[in-house]
Design a protein around this ligand. Sequence first.
Ligand code: HGY
Ligand code: MN
Ligand code: MN
Length: 416
Amino acid sequence: MSKAAALNVSIERIQRDIEHLATLGQTPSGGVSRTSFSSADKQMRQWLHGQCQEHGLTMRTDGIGNIFIRAEGMNVPKAAPVCAGSHLDSVPEGGRYDGIVGSVAALEVLRVLGQAAPALQRPVEVVIFADEEGNYHHLLGSTALVDNFTWEELQQLRGREGDLLVDALSAMDWDPRHATRTALSSHDVHAFVELHIEQGPVLEESHTDIGIVTSIVGLAGGQLDFVGSQDHAGTTPMRLRRDPMQAAGSFLGQLARIASGTSSTAVLTCGLMEIEPGGTNVVPRLARLHLDFRDPDPDVLSQLEQRIIDCASNAANQYGVEASFRRMSVTAPVPLDPHIRALLREVALGRNLSVTDIPSGAGHDAQNMARLTPTAMIFIPSAGGKSHSPQEHSSWQDIEHGANVLLDGVVRLAQA
Ligand code: HGY
Ligand code: MN
Ligand code: MN
C-alpha cells in the first residue's frame, strides 16, 4: 500500500462539523433552511473562516460567493490545483447532508493533508459553491465559474422572495459588480471531485458502499405564466371568468403524462407557484408555475420543453386565458471523466468497499465543473433514498467511507 493510502479522515471531526452546521438555519422540524446569502449562510461563512484560522488554512471568496480554501505551508510545486468540494446552502426545509457531506469531507481532506504533508505534485483546493440550490439561479456559483454573468444578467436574477441577487450580494458587504468577474479557465483547475449523498435509494437497496457517478442529468427550469382576468369571487358568474388557476390546475394534472409521454426517464416538477394578486375572494389575474424538468438526454429535454408549451397552450385555450413560458436556466447533461472514475473505483476497492456505477438524477456543481476540467463524483447511500427533506440521512460509517475515498482519490490526482 502506498504511503498516501495510509492516510485516513477523522470521522469525529467530520461528525462535529456536520452536527454544528445543522444548527445554522435549523428549522423546528429538524431540517435546515440555509439559503445562500441569508443570515444562516453568513453564520456558516463565519464558522468556516474560524475553522480555517484554527487549522492553518486560507480562505478566499470570489465575487459571487464561491469559497476557495487551501492549506498554508504545504510544500508543493506551483501548479493548477486538484479541487474537491460541494455546497453548504440548502433548499427550504432541507436536510443535514445534501452538499454538506461533500463540503465537510473536502475540508477534512485538507486538514489531513495539512497535518500529514505527503509529497504532492500540485496543490489541493476546497471549493464551496454559492447557491447550488438555485434560489437565484440553479448552480449559481459553478455557472459563474464556467462563464461570467453579464451585469445585465445579474440584475435580472431574483430569489423566491422576489429579492434581487445584486441586493443580496450588497447586503453581504460585497460589490455586486465583482460578480461579473468570476470565470476560471481550464488552466486554473487540474481536476475536480465531489462527494455527495446519493439522494436516491439505489446504493442502500443494493447494499453498496460507494457509487461512482457515470453522468449527471440535464436540468432545465422555467416559469409558466397563465394570465387571465382579475375579478370579484362572489359576483362574477363562472361562465364569465377567465381564471388562470383553472388553466394551471388542468396543466398540473398532466405533469406525469407530459413527462412519461416524452421519455421514460424524464421528470417534471412544479414545487413553487405564485398567484397574483392573491386573496381568497379574488379571481386571480396570474398563476405562475415554476417548473423543473430533467432528462439525461439533451434532445429529450428540448422535446419536453416543447410538450410543456403545447400542453400549457391547450389548457389556456380551454379556460380563455393566455399562457407564456420563459426558460430560466438549462444545465446540460454531462458524462463524467472515465479516468478519474476508474481511479476512484480502484481506491474504493483498495479500501475493501463495494462499488457500483450509478447515474445522477440530481443536478450538481460537478456538471458545470466538467466543462472546465476532468471531473468525477462519489456517491454514498442515502437512508430510504430521502433528500431535500428533513428526513435526509446517511450513516457516519458511510460518510467516513466516502470521505476516505475522496481523500485517496484527491491524493492520487495531486501526485500525478
Ligand atoms: O436540484 C438538484 O438536483 C440539486 O439538489 N441542486
Ligand atoms: Mn440539493
Ligand atoms: Mn447537493
